[in-house]
Design a protein around this ligand. Structure first.
Ligand code: MG
Length: 308
């Protein structure tokens, strides 16, 4: 079950704003219970001081309240971005990949580090053969490998149409940051940081280290994603905008940031829907593209009302 909290704020001018806090369990230190408790603590007024206290302790709630407080954003010019198809782990991906290719997907995300490396590398070759030529693969290890296994994979991936390898080793292991930097220097295939980027501070930390690979940005989980993205843009960093499995309300805020991103457009990591028992809460992303027209149709007030 996926849990989160919607916030609704009446602004001084009488208009209402909405936001979604959807911390991912195990990703950073936030919990939905803590978010809910903090909302009850705030009472019926949000002052600047109370908001500031949340920036570090509960970034996703700070983010949600900031979204709710902000007026309607600048209208985005009509835009459309590609979406990465999400494939199931193991051999099950072989049945899915050609169907997704027929639907128009050209970037495929596949979870690895689940089975034996030799088996998975063989399946990857079958996957490459099963999708339209020119397609790219994202291999997400979710931190499953040690350095030796990661090296083996990165060397194989370098010879295949792999856009990047995501989080080859776990974010919190001993000297894992040095290992990630070492692996990035040793192999030509780019590495993407996902679990290594759980807070606004992590973005700055990895920029300061000169990280030249991808940053997977789950904007919903950052307190001030706009500021983090401005830093990333200044550094000309490579960014993949990704879902935190939030509902359409939070997805709209994240996707608006993706549409506004000035850098190169990697396919969106938003191929996660349908996700909810009540389809009204699903964000866009069933197909190979998401347009700003679709996110523009998401109605936060209707979602809020759907809860009650
Ligand atoms: Mg990941």
């Amino acid at each position: 079950m996926r849990e989160g909290v919607y916030v609704r704020i009446e602004r001084p001018d009488g208009t209402c704003g909405y936001g979604e806090a959807a911390p991912v369990p195990g990703f950073g230190a936030e919990s939905t219970d803590a978010v809910e408790a903090a909302c009850l603590d705030l009472g019926d007024r949000v002052d600047a001081e109370a908001l500031m206290r949340l920036e570090r302790s509960l970034p996703s709630l700070y983010n949600a309240l900031s979204c709710a407080l902000a007026g309607a954003g600048d209208a985005q010019p009509q835009r459309s971005l590609g979406v990465a198809a999400l494939l199931p782990a193991g051999r099950a991906a072989l049945a899915q990949a050609p169907l997704r290719g027929e639907q128009g997907f050209r970037v495929f995300k596949w979870k690895v580090g689940v089975g034996h490396a030799d088996d998975e590398i063989a399946i990857l070759d079958d996957l490459v053969a099963a999708v339209p030529s020119g397609s790219l693969f994202r291999l997400d290890a979710n931190g499953a490998w040690d350095r030796r296994l990661a090296s083996k994979w990165l060397s194989r991936a370098s010879e295949r149409p792999v856009e990047f390898v995501e989080q080859p080793i776990e974010a919190s292991g001993p000297r894992s940051d040095d290992t990630l930097l070492g692996l990035a220097a040793d192999f030509p295939v780019p590495i993407a940081l996902d679990e290594s980027i759980v807070s606004d501070g992590d973005v700055g930390l990895w920029l300061d280290r000169g990280w030249a690979g991808y940053f997977v940005v789950k904007a919903s989980l950052l307190a001030d994603p706009k500021a983090a993205l401005e830093r990333l843009a200044r550094a000309k960093a490579r960014v993949v905008f990704s879902s935190a499995l939030e509902t359409a309300l939070g997805a709209k805020a994240s996707l608006d940031l993706a549409f506004a991103w000035p850098g190169a457009k990697a396919a969106l990591g938003f191929g996660v829907y349908p996700l909810f028992a009540d389809a009204r809460f699903d964000g866009p992303g069933g197909g190979p593209f998401i347009s700003s027209e679709e996110t523009g149709r998401i109605n936060p007030e209707a979602l809020w009302n759907a809860l009650s």
